[in-house]
Design a binder for this molecule. Sequence first.
Ligand code: ATP
Ligand code: MG
Length: 566
Amino acid sequence: MSEARSNFIRTIIADDVSSGKHARVVTRFPPEPNGYLHIGHAKSICLNFGMAAEFTGVCHLRFDDTNPTKEDVEYVDSIQTDVRWLGFDWEARLFYASDYFERLYECAETLIRAGKAYVDSLTADEIRAHRGTLKAPGTDSPHRGRSVDENLDLFRRMRAGEFADGAHVLRAKIDMASPNLSMRDPTLYRVRRVPHHRTGDTWPIYPLYDFTHCLSDSFEGITHSLCTLEFENHRPLYDWVLDALETHCHPQQIEFARLNLSYTVLSKRKLLQLVEEGLVDGWDDPRMPTISGFRRRGYTPESIRDFCEEIGVAKRDSVVDMAMLEHSVRNDLNKRAPRFMAVLHPLRVVIENYPEDQTEEMEAVNNPEDPAMGSRRVPFSRVLYIERDDFREDPPRKFFRLAPGREVRLRYAYYVRCTDVVKDPATGEVVELRCTYDPATQGGGSPDGRKVKATLHWVSAAHAVDADVRLYDRLFVHETPDAVKDTDFRTLINPESLVTLRGCKLEPALGQAQPGARMQFERQGYFCVDTVDSVAGGPVFNRVVPLRDTWARIEKKQPTGASGKG
Ligand code: ATP
Ligand code: MG
């Protein structure tokens, strides 16, 4: 764990530990298996597992699987993969709310017998109409006065599968005039005659979140139940259920602000929409804010954990700038990723005074940040590729790279001077540069102290590996795509969020790069070998992040009018 920053949750737990309120801290991460995990979940995972680890407690992984219509084993599996990849281990403490269905049912009968729950037979619309508003109290259902016996009979018949979906619900009997809407006789059970991915056809009724969650926490001996702010209003209900049942263990629910991240959406419903409508290439599309998307993109678990620590935990909602997450991954890869030369938009260069049949092996440093990473040899020969952008026939004033008559340094190699430009006679496009090199500048330095203003990367044409390189960028052009008035977030997708470059020229060592390997392409950014589309001997590269935050500059030029920066 990195150095402990103070946050209000850490303070609460530390106090509970020092006062002896709890012998052992027990937290849980409780995802609903109805989608893949996203970066917001990572915040919750890091917090729950992190707090447990810090106070030598334990953290459970619990599937909150009470809504079979939306849930799937594909999600159950992906969630486990993602939590493990982030670096956390629940050991034997894997739980499913569905394993508690029998106990939950018994709790419901206990509430009925205590006169604290009743079967209501109003329709969903009628129940809504009876609920009242923030300003007006609700009105009692005509079924609120049913006897314990009648309620027990109806509830048992609900369980036996005698009723159609929506015919009856079980509600807590609390207070229809409560200023807190979630206390106005909330629904605890509903009839849903659909099979469950774990319990099959056993149950035609399913418990709702507010009933299931507090009791699952209690059954598992959770000490601190950390959840996001939207549950703040539900806390009295969380406590009511546990008090009404006089549970032995009564965890403390503590709310924190959910993570919102700029230039993306973090709602499972919207992410599912992107996947189902084919607007992205699956849940693990490298542009998705899912853990699996970031993994495929080339993010490291360390960078995501570092980001989660950096953003901290607060009580107030805000939008965190995507640039912060990008900073975390750059910071991590800067130290760890070996560097290579790769030409993404190749322009052919012929060094006229370099012998035709000669190849030299130039020594190149693997990572100047870490001498232990050593060096490698890169072949240099008469015909090379440089980046098309590194040449201008009519250079503007501040362009210091290659131009006719001008001399630049080729990284780890020689000074070269451009002597001629070859163009396609039909289009006028520059297709080749003719250059000369100075043999006295071997290694990239000049014995006579002659200075050049630019150092370019290059790849020897005869030795180059050809590959596809995918330049991924932010998925949306707007900072808060799902909060723009009268605009569907799907219309704000960045059309340049994926640009595939074919026929890029890479230094030969990259031909052997293994799926999942991460590296820096000098002067370009961090890249990762795609784990899905790479084939043996044919790596496909994904851009993790460019070297610098190019969006900051764009925004200054064209203010979007967006607000809500965190
Ligand atoms: P969504 O609203 O996108 O469907 P959810 O909150 O319903 O997400 P769950 O599977 O219920 O998804 O979430 C599991 C846990 O992760 C919960 O404790 C939830 O509070 C937390 N969580 C979900 N989204 C975020 C977020 N953006 N930031 C922090 N924690 C989050
Ligand atoms: Mg939820």
